[in-house]
Design a protein around this ligand. Sequence first.
Ligand code: ADP
Ligand code: SR1
Ligand code: MG
Ligand code: MG
Ligand code: MG
Length: 395
Amino acid sequence: QQQQGFRPLDEASLVAYIKATPALAARLGGRLDALTIKEVGDGNLNFVYIVLSDAGSLVIKQALPYIRLVGDSWPMSRERAYFEASALQKHRALCPDHVPEVYHFDRAMSLIGMRYIEPPHIILRKGLIAGVEYPLLAEHMADYMAKTLFFTSLLYNSTTDHKKGVAQYCDNVEMCRLTEQVVFSDPYMLAKYNRCTSPFLDNDAAAVREDAELKLEIAELKSMFIERAQALLHGDLHTGSIMVTPDSTQVIDPEFAFYGPMGYDIGAFLGNLILAYFSQDGHADQANDRKAYKKWILKTIEDSWNLFHKNSELLRLAQKKYMTSLFHDSLGFGSAKMIRRIVGIAHVEDFESIEDASKRASCERRALNCAKAILKGRRQFESIGQVIVHVQSFD
Ligand code: ADP
Ligand code: SR1
Ligand code: MG
Ligand code: MG
Ligand code: MG
């Protein structure tokens, strides 16, 4: 890690930094005397500033040497900013429509300057809570996942190039170890930072810890996550890492990027959509029972997989057997990502914003039971349509 030259910035010191950095100043049209700067980071790890001038805009993201959610008692390598900038650049080269441009990267400062994904873009998770439909989301995300995953895999690249990539991202090991802990280990044992909607879900969380069959399955997925360098993953592809309008889909925040199993990214996206599905009853009111919206979420899950699968380029490259195991991997990882959001450290706004704890617990329990059943029985599913029927049976 580059120690020299690092200092945490704030709204005030960021102005001087921008003035001294031509690549950033130019994006603001050189109009640096009346900047508006606001820290908007609502994620678990980093600090994010929106910078506006009367002639331009940008976003600055800085990693500090700890996890923001917990504080400096949980140190974390600032090199995550390097991997985020590298992955944004690589994935943008493959899929420019859905990845924002990096304007500037300062490794010593762990700082990225990038495109401000302007309003009316909002974080997809917030759109899902508000009940907004995004007609192009499935098509855009299928395109993003197909391009970023297949074209960073051995289906496309030489072993020499692939191994170079694997070697580069191997150093993002602290972030991988964080995932190993908070997704694949802690939810299945008594761990310091685990929480759940207590007392309603106490027994459900204990049942997860005592379920030998479930733990065997999660151990298999954990091994795959650690060992299988299949493609350059985003590494944290939940609905809080996607910004949307009805016409546009932009994927941000790949700081967990590494060469891992493709199903981990696909599962993160699909699993978080299933979480959104089960949270809808907690957001229903007299004006909107959310029934039609739930159908749209299920259709989006189905279309996302089917469009990813049907992409003609991919079919040419990949054998049926390859796609079937990718499907089952995606279902396994998707379930793991659902379970950790209910009994692990990092919860999701979809459920957290349901104020009535008993109502929240009831939504969470259905999602948890659905995820446990998918994780254990994932190899039996032959199509995404069967998964949709299964999800509905827990509603
Ligand atoms: P973290 O790594 O801490 O999760 P994120 O990259 O997810 O940080 O960013 C946190 C928040 O900052 C996002 O939820 C979004 O609201 C905002 N944000 C991040 N990047 C951009 C961007 N390029 N344009 C607009 N808003 C952004
Ligand atoms: C301490 S765990 C924080 C979580 O937030 C990130 O976005 C990742 O999902 C990580 O697991
Ligand atoms: Mg984030
Ligand atoms: Mg992040
Ligand atoms: Mg997740």
